[in-house]
Design a protein around this ligand. Structure first.
Ligand code: HEM
Length: 272
C-alpha cells in the first residue's frame, strides 16, 4: 500500500480498476483531510473524505466556494467567467438556477417516467440478450441513462449516440481513447474558454442553441423549454452562457455518471 506521504488522488492509475475504496478507507482512517500533490502546472489540493467533514464543507459555501471550479483542471478568472455553470455557482444565484429544474427531478416527477423506464429496460435488455453475448457497458449501462436524459431533454432517439460521444470526448479529455484534443495538448489552448477545453463543448452549445431556438416562446415542458422560457426565481434571466453551460452540464452530469455507476464493475478491492 502506498505510504500516506506519497499518496495523491491525482494519480489516475489508482482508478485504473475502478474506484479504489481501500485508498478511501485508508484516508478516512489515517488522514480524513489530506494534501494531494500534483504535477505542474497544477498546485495540489486538499481531499476531505470523512462524512461529517464533507457535510460541513458542502454547507459552508462562504468558506468552501465552488466558484473557483470543481474539477482538477486549474482555471484563471477569465476562464471561470466564460465557463461557469450551475455547479460552479454559490449562494442565492445557485439556488435560483437549481430551483429552475429541481421540480423535474423530484421523486414524484421521476415516477412519471415509470412506464417509459420499464419499457426502455425491457427493450434495452431484450435487444442485448438477443445478441447472445454483448458488451454490457455499451449495450446497457451507457445506452440506458442517455435515453432517459434524451427523453427529459426531449431530443430525438437518433441523437443519443451523439450525446454519449460528446460526453466521452469531454469527460475523457485526458484519455487518448476518447479525447480529440487532449487537455495537456497545446492545441487545447484554442478551447481554454469552453468546458473541458474540448471542441465537443462548442458542438454541444450549438446543438443546445438550435433546440432553444425551436422552443423559445412555446409551451414545452422538457428541460430545454424550461431553461429557455422561464426566469429563475431571483428575477435574473439566463444569459446565453448560463443556458449553454447548464445544457452542457445536463448532457455530461446525466450521462457519464449513471453509465459508470451501472456499468463499471468494481475490481479495485485489492491494495495497489
Ligand atoms: C450515479 C449517478 C450520479 C452521480 C454519482 C452524481 C454525482 C454528482 C455530484 C458529486 C455532484 C456535485 C455536487 C456538488 O458539487 O455540490 C453532482 C451535481 C449535479 N448533477 Fe449529478 N450525479 C449523478 C447523476 C445525475 C443525473 C442523472 C443528472 C441529470 C440528468 C445529474 C445532474 C447534476 C446537476 C445538474 C448537478 C449540479 C447540481 C448543483 O450544482 O446544484 N446528475 N452530481
Amino acid at each position: 500500500m502506498t505510504a500516506l506521504s506519497e499518496l495523491t488522488l491525482a494519480d489516475l492509475d489508482l482508478f485504473e480498476g475502478g474506484a479504489p475504496w481501500h485508498i478511501f478507507d485508508k484516508l478516512r482512517a489515517e488522514a480524513p483531510i489530506h494534501w494531494n500533490t500534483e504535477e505542474k502546472p497544477n498546485s495540489g489540493f486538499w481531499s476531505v473524505t470523512g462524512y461529517h467533514d464533507i457535510v460541513k464543507v458542502l454547507r459552508d459555501p462562504d468558506t468552501f466556494t465552488s466558484t473557483h471550479f470543481t474539477n482538477l483542471e486549474e482555471v484563471d478568472a477569465e476562464q471561470e467567467e466564460a465557463r461557469r455553470s450551475l455547479l460552479e455557482t454559490d449562494g442565492a444565484r445557485h439556488r435560483a438556477l437549481r430551483r429552475l429544474l429541481q421540480g423535474q427531478f423530484t421523486p414524484q416527477a421521476v415516477s412519471g417516467y415509470e412506464t417509459f423506464l420499464r419499457g426502455l429496460t425491457a427493450t434495452t435488455l431484450d435487444t442485448a440478450f438477443a445478441k447472445g453475448t454483448f458488451d454490457f457497458v455499451e449495450e446497457v449501462a451507457a445506452d440506458f441513462p442517455i435515453r432517459v436524459l434524451a427523453r427529459m431533454l426531449d431530443v430525438p432517439d437518433h441523437d443519443t449516440n451523439k450525446l454519449i460521444e460528446w460526453g466521452n470526448r469531454m469527460i475523457g479529455n485526458t484519455d487518448p481513447e476518447h479525447a480529440d484534443v487532449l487537455l495537456e495538448d497545446p492545441e487545447s489552448e484554442k478551447y481554454r474558454l469552453v468546458p473541458f477545453r474540448s471542441p465537443a463543448a462548442l458542438e454541444v452549445f450549438e446543438y443546445g442553441q438550435n433546440l432553444a431556438n425551436q422552443r423559445r416562446g412555446k409551451d414545452g415542458v422538457d428541460l430545454v423549454s424550461t431553461l429557455i422560457n422561464q426566469v429563475p426565481s431571483d428575477g435574473i434571466p439566463l444569459s446565453e452562457r448560463d443556458f449553454n453551460t447548464y445544457f452542457l452540464l445536463l448532457v455530461v452530469a446525466g450521462n457519464e455518471t449513471d453509465g459508470n455507476a451501472a456499468g463499471r464493475p468494481n475490481t479495485n478491492s485489492m491494495g495497489s
